[in-house]
Design a protein around this ligand. Structure first.
Ligand code: PLP
Length: 414
């Protein structure tokens, strides 16, 4: 039986413990509070275990094999596979012996298809498709490598309440059950490919914090979007699966999956009868953009510490490095957030810079050259492209060092 989340110490105590553990360490240093990590993982798995769904882990939101493997090991068997984000990374995981891989994003060319074919010589590594071009690349690569490549269809879940209004991200052109069936028929013509799943990722629900402290006035509107679009999500995912089944295009149930959701929608997605597995990732490390989901009591896990290198005027500590801005629609929410000393703030005019990041300290906070200032990154995965290793923090102390994708030379797009 799966255990419920345990209560983690109060944040202020924890941040003081981080600062104490960091003193005397070579900085910058990125660390993961594994007690918070385990708490978040347990919380995110709970709805899946209650509703008998499986879970897939989004590797892009961790990018650290030791942490990914920790999550799988601590999931009581619920995490049965990984959702990878590049073809090369998928091959790395195949070489590491992972049995169930799904490259969750489409191919950029025949070379990606060849990498996936190679991965299928070692394990089960499915491709996500939404166009006939993807089918052609995959079929050619599968034939050349003498493998069968499992294929998933990506159903766009953006909400279109009136006319051309599109609420959600711009993903697949497959919007309806008919679109999905037409591409599935094209897959069925290729003996080297095999349809194994459908994904409908409801980004406008899973990726939309609705209890945020910044711009809190928007929260009711965001909740309204989530509530109003939900019936459309459930209906279109269900219709797509039913149409594939009616067309005789589905393999037996045991070989078929329907994936939905993300960390931000676990409670809802687990209740969708068409969904067999839920994706989770960001909510385990909790980049600060992942704060503010109603009903999700997640604890910040991923942090980094910079050294104060200058004190240009009283009340201001300038740290070395720190300009690690998250991807996405640009805005000040993409900046790292200082969390220690408690009450520190970035300077609006300078932000987080390539070589230095000044912070305005709260009254009375000491700032000596060499002291640590602790930050949280905006997103959960991208810091692993900056730091070669993460240090694991548990019960008041920094311990093991674990390699990130960067440290292993797995950097995402290289
Ligand atoms: C296809 C897909 N599924 C699920 C997710 C949710 O992942 P996370 O839980 O890391 O936010 C994402 C995130 O971008 C995604 O692209």
């Amino acid at each position: 039986m799966h255990r419920g989340p345990k209560v983690v110490e109060t944040r202020d105590n924890l941040q003081a413990a981080y600062a104490a553990a960091l003193r005397g360490r070579a900085l910058p240093l990125a660390f993961v509070d594994v007690d918070a990590f385990d708490h978040n993982l347990a919380r995110l798995l709970l709805p899946a275990s209650l509703h008998n769904k499986k879970v897939r882990l989004a590797t892009k939101s961790l990018r650290c094999p030791a942490l990914i493997e920790r999550a799988v090991q601590h999931s009581a068997g619920l995490i049965h596979g990984l959702m990878t984000f590049t073809a090369r990374e998928t091959l790395h995981w195949a070489e590491r012996g992972v049995q169930d891989l799904l490259l969750g994003y489409p191919l950029g060319g025949p070379h990606d298809a060849q990498l996936l074919a190679q991965a299928n010589q070692l394990t089960h590594a499915a491709a996500m498709i939404d166009a006939a071009q993807h089918v052609a690349w995959l079929a050619a690569a599968a034939r050349a490598a003498h493998v069968k490549i499992p294929v998933w269809l990506d159903l766009d879940m953006g909400w279109r309440p009136i006319g051309r209004t599109h609420i959600g991200v711009r993903r697949s052109p497959l919007r309806t059950a008919d679109d999905v069936v037409a591409l599935a028929r094209r897959v069925a013509e290729e003996p080297s490919l095999q349809l194994r799943g459908l994904m409908g990722y409801e980004a406008h629900v899973a990726g939309l914090p609705d209890d945020g402290r910044l711009a809190a006035w928007q929260n009711p509107f965001k909740r309204w979007i989530k509530a109003r679009s939900w019936p459309d999500i459930v209906a279109r995912r269900g219709q797509a699966v039913a149409a594939l089944r009616a067309g005789g295009l589905l393999p037996p149930d045991a070989d078929w999956s329907c994936n939905g959701g993300g960390s931000g929608s676990v409670d809802r997605t687990a209740q969708d009868p068409s969904v067999t597995e839920i994706t989770i990732g960001s909510g385990i490390l909790v980049g600060h953009l992942f704060d503010g989901y109603r009903g999700l009591d997640l604890q910040p896990s991923l942090h980094f510490a910079l050294a104060v290198t200058r004190t240009p005027s009283p009340g201001i500590a300038t740290c070395g490095g720190g300009g690690w801005i998250a991807s996405g629609s640009s805005g000040s929410d993409r900046l790292p957030m200082p969390v220690w000393p408690v009450g520190s703030q970035l300077l609006g005019i300078e932000g987080a810079g390539e070589v230095q990041t000044p912070v305005v300290l709260p009254a009375g906070a000491p700032a000596q050259i060499g002291d640590p200032v602790v930050f949280r990154p905006a997103k959960s995965g991208e810091l692993a492209e900056i730091f070669s290793e993460y240090v694991l923090f548990s019960e008041g102390a920094l311990g093991a060092h674990v390699a990130t994708y960067r440290g292993l030379g797995w950097s995402a797009w290289a």
